[in-house]
Design a protein around this ligand. Sequence first.
Ligand code: ATP
Ligand code: MG
Length: 484
Amino acid sequence: MNIFYTYHPLRINFLSVWICDILNQFKIPMKSTSLEIIAQLKEHGHQAYWAGGCVRDMLLGIEPKDFDIVTSALPNQIEDILEHTIPIGKEFGVILSIKDGNSFEVATFRSDSGYSDGRRPDAVLFTDAKEDAQRRDFTINGLFYDPTNDQVLDFVDGKKDLRDRLVRFIGDPETRIKEDHLRILRAVRFKNNYDFQYHPDTYLAVKNNAELIKKISTERIRDELNKMITGNNPAQAFEELYELGILEHIIPELTQLKGLAQPLQYHKEGDVWDHSLRTLTALNDEEASGDPLSPYAPSLALTWATLLHDIGKHETFQQDGERIRYDGHAEKGADTAKKILKRLNLPTHIIDRVHWLISHHMMIVPLLEMPDGRRRHWFLQPGFEELLELCRSDSMGTLPKDLTLYHKLLKRYRSEIAKLKLLPKQLLTGDDIMATLNIKPGPIVGDIMNKIRELQLDEQLTTKEEALNWLTENQENLLRLKEK
Ligand code: ATP
Ligand code: MG
């Protein structure tokens, strides 16, 4: 079976994202190339326009990420006219065009019919621009642009909604949600990522049908959540996912933070839910940090870790005498976060980083009190700068806000890290240790290597020779350790 001919929205997305990623390394301006493709299609007597997201973004003054093209040309004609094409969803009229190192989805005008599974159309009919606009989700996503005469084609009152900053379904909201339930999440994403409001009918329909999201594949949900959480208003987006009754179906563990009490003397901001969302907002608030490590966009892993950093407080909540405690919440929370993100099918390297960040997010105080060698070991961990950012956001998401400890740790990190990065990775190999002590492979070798690394980071050992001497001098003690 040729997978390119099997239409599935996911597959198209995956393939085009993957191909775009590779091609975008060559960076020839996409906009001018997309205009050439439109011109080529027009030369052969077809209509061709920019469609959907790129028109919306252009009218909002935002640089579009990609340029999707719609045309009256049929898939075979598109393949004949354009040079390098991949039939990623040919039966549904979607052809990928590769040009000048970029890729473009070129789609024949179509109307979708029958959504018996609530996820994708049973069949499509090739039609005209007006009908193609009707199959799109929101009015702001239903616009076309004809670059030849600089004209926006608006069959759905999209320009008006862009002006009023409204997310509004094209047609009857209930029907549109029943066709493809993912639109529930897309409504929340567009509303929040673009700082819009919901049209009242759209809001009500999303709220009344929230439960349908359960029928959507985790991969499609994951992609929307990833865009939402790294978007402009992640905290507000999650607040609305809760309020609209969506969150309980996709991340029920998070809803347990709502109303979960915190000790008032340390957390005047509210419950654990409020704290988590404030922390997420603080992550993106470089200005307010006063001393950001570097002006970078937080990674997807750091963003998820920030939202979920206190997810373990639900399981570990206890009232101990005068105060509320959550002993071991970092470790428990890391495991719960891992379960959630596995369920959402996030890549393993992201899940592992989230797990590491959450399980270590309570380390500011211990790090400040540790012996130099051990602390420096932590400074050199690959995720440490992200851990610092998580700690900063955590402190900023707390009322009263107190960043003293964070700044102390940041200062230490900055004063030491450059020199630490220049140190050789290890003074002795496992073979050196086994040969010197005349021992066989076993956990003890790793333990000794760690000890030598600590002494090196503590500047007690600086050369291989010193390390070998130390090994011989401490041979007896070390071997006794082995026996234990
Ligand atoms: P972005 O790329 O920033 O996520 P976009 O609007 O380009 O935003 P895409 O998912 O790339 O969104 O889809 C391109 C266009 O296809 C949309 O603008 C919309 O017109 C249409 N579209 C995408 N998904 C759906 C859907 N589930 N239902 C109806 N129309 C959709
Ligand atoms: Mg797009």
